[in-house]
Each structure stands twice: as structure tokens, then as C-alpha cells.
Design a protein around this ligand. Structure first.
Ligand code: FES
Length: 279
């Protein structure tokens, strides 16, 4: 008995699957690497997107009736931005100033779509320009592959970059999003994020004047979990200035894990819920 088959294209690779197959099971049976979880249409982990109309579908809930062309990621469309200026802050931080259809991107999360030929298709970064200024993106060497870092460092003025702007995730609006815009905030940036200091100071200026007396730190000592003495001193000063009860701590870094934060906060009578991690 012959069985009708369909071609399912997933991110450019084609698979021959049988009519009536469950899409997730049939792809997994062909050793396709595909995220999945509950297999009951609840968790959304197996979501794929139809190319063309970008419609999402849950592969665990899809019975194959026709050929499909799919992608694991939501297809992003970029706008063209010109590179206006490239400035290498130091060996590890590069700022690109861009000219494009919008410069209203303070704190927006941006995705740079790399040209074909690069093994990795995109790079997520953040706009660090002040509101109304030309878009500036900060690229950190320690967060990029060698290939991507090389690509960005070789860019020249007038080169084009294709960029997709995601306005749903704004660090610039973060204090509001965290519902802490009327509370005293201590911002701590670990050493590898020192290049964000001007940006964070701009963000904190959005606080009411009486709460604008904040402490923003960017110290080498804070990047090392073995050396927490400086952090203890900073917390002590902030508690004296603002009181421990309302103080909100925003930590932009990864050098100090939550397990190191816990005893420190307890010592100063600060609840863990008053600490906010920013990646
Ligand atoms: S695996 Fe959870 S929705 Fe499909």
C-alpha cells in the first residue's frame, strides 16, 4: 500500500514525511533537533513559524496534511542603517553610531541581521544612545564569537547594517517595567559592563529628583565573587543613605552569582526580591 508523503522544509533542510504524521514526532524520528516539552499544546516549546505568513504552529499539535515550509525562529525583517562612525572604546568594546529610519531607540533591544555567508545569522545588542540622538550600539568582544567580532571591527563608515528593532524589551524603560521608578535605586555594573556606565546614568536620571542621588558603580573588584568586601561597603553606604526597606538593587553583570548575593543581602536586611538582575 503506498502512503502519500509531503515535503516539510525546516530552516532550509527538506524532510519527506507521511500524510497524517504528527509533525513533531515525525521530525524527531528523523533525528531533527527540535525543542519540545509537554507534547500537549501547553508549553509552546515546540512552536515553529510558517514562512510566508509567519503564522505560528505547535508542531506537537500538527497533523501533516500538506507540504510545509517552516522556521524555528520568528522571521525578523530588518531596516537598513548606515554606519556613521565606529569607535573602539578599548580592546573589548566597540560602539557603532548608525543612521537609519528611526533614532528613537533609547534602550531598545536590536537585532543586527548579518549578511549571508556568516555562520551565525544575527546578533542581539542594545541601543545606548540618549533619546533623540542617533542610534548607537555597543558590542562587547567577550560576548561575541571571533567571527562576529571580526565582522563588526571591519565595518567602515557608509557600510550598511540590516537591523530589526524590538520595542517590547527596553532597558531604558526598565525602572518603570520593574515598578521601581519611585524607589531608591542602586545600580551596580560589573567590570565587563563598565562601558554601559553613561547609559545607566541616563536611565537613572529618569527617577524623581529626590531619588536621583544614587550610587552607580563600575569597579573591577565587583566582577570577582572572591572579593566581596567592596560590595559590602557599597551596600552599607546605600542602606545608610536610602534605608534598606525600599532600596532596589539592579545588577548588570554575571560575576556575582545569586548564591553570593543572598548572604550579603541578608546581612543588610535586604530581601532577595529587592535585587534585579540585568543580563
Ligand atoms: S511540546 Fe509543549 S506545546 Fe508542543
Amino acid at each position: 500500500m503506498s502512503c502519500k508523503s509531503h515535503i516539510v522544509k525546516l530552516d532550509g533542510l527538506a524532510y519527506h514525511l507521511n500524510d497524517g504524521d504528527n509533525l513533531l514526532s515525525a521530525l524527531l524520528a528523523q533525528s531533527v533537533s527540535l525543542a519540545h516539552g509537554c507534547r500537549a499544546g501547553v508549553c509552546g516549546a515546540c512552536r515553529l513559524y510558517s514562512l510566508g505568513d509567519n503564522a505560528p504552529l505547535l508542531s506537537c499539535q500538527t497533523t501533516l496534511k500538506n507540504s510545509l515550509s517552516l522556521s524555528r525562529r520568528f522571521p525578523v525583517r530588518g531596516d537598513n542603517f548606515d554606519v556613521l562612525e565606529k569607535s573602539q572604546l578599548d580592546d573589548h568594546n566597540l560602539v557603532l553610531t548608525l543612521l537609519g529610519p528611526s533614532d528613537d531607540s533609547f534602550g531598545d533591544r536590536l537585532t543586527v541581521l548579518l549578511p549571508e555567508g556568516n555562520a551565525e545569522a544575527e546578533q542581539e545588542c542594545m541601543a545606548i544612545n540618549r533619546p533623540g540622538e542617533k542610534i548607537q550600539i555597543l558590542l562587547q568582544k567577550n560576548l561575541l564569537s571571533f567571527e562576529k567580532w571580526t565582522y563588526f571591527t571591519r565595518l567602515k563608515p557608509k557600510n550598511l547594517l540590516s537591523i530589526s528593532v524590538d520595542r517590547s524589551q527596553r532597558k531604558g524603560r526598565m525602572l518603570v517595567d520593574l515598578s521601581i521608578s519611585d524607589m531608591p535605586v542602586l545600580l551596580i555594573a560589573s567590570y565587563e559592563n563598565h562601558a554601559f556606565e553613561r547609559y545607566w546614568r541616563d536611565v537613572l536620571q529618569q527617577l524623581p529628583a529626590e531619588l536621583a542621588d544614587f550610587v552607580a558603580l563600575s569597579s573591577k573588584q565587583l566582577g570577582c565573587s572572591q572579593n566581596l568586601a567592596k560590595l559590602t561597603e557599597v551596600l552599607q553606604q546605600a542602606c545608610q543613605k536610602f534605608g534598606a526597606a525600599k532600596l532596589q538593587i539592579v545588577y548588570h553583570g554575571s560575576g556575582i552569582p545569586a548564591t553570593d548575593w543572598e548572604p550579603l543581602l541578608r546581612e543588610h536586611r535586604i530581601r532577595l526580591s529587592q535585587l534585579h538582575f540585568v543580563r
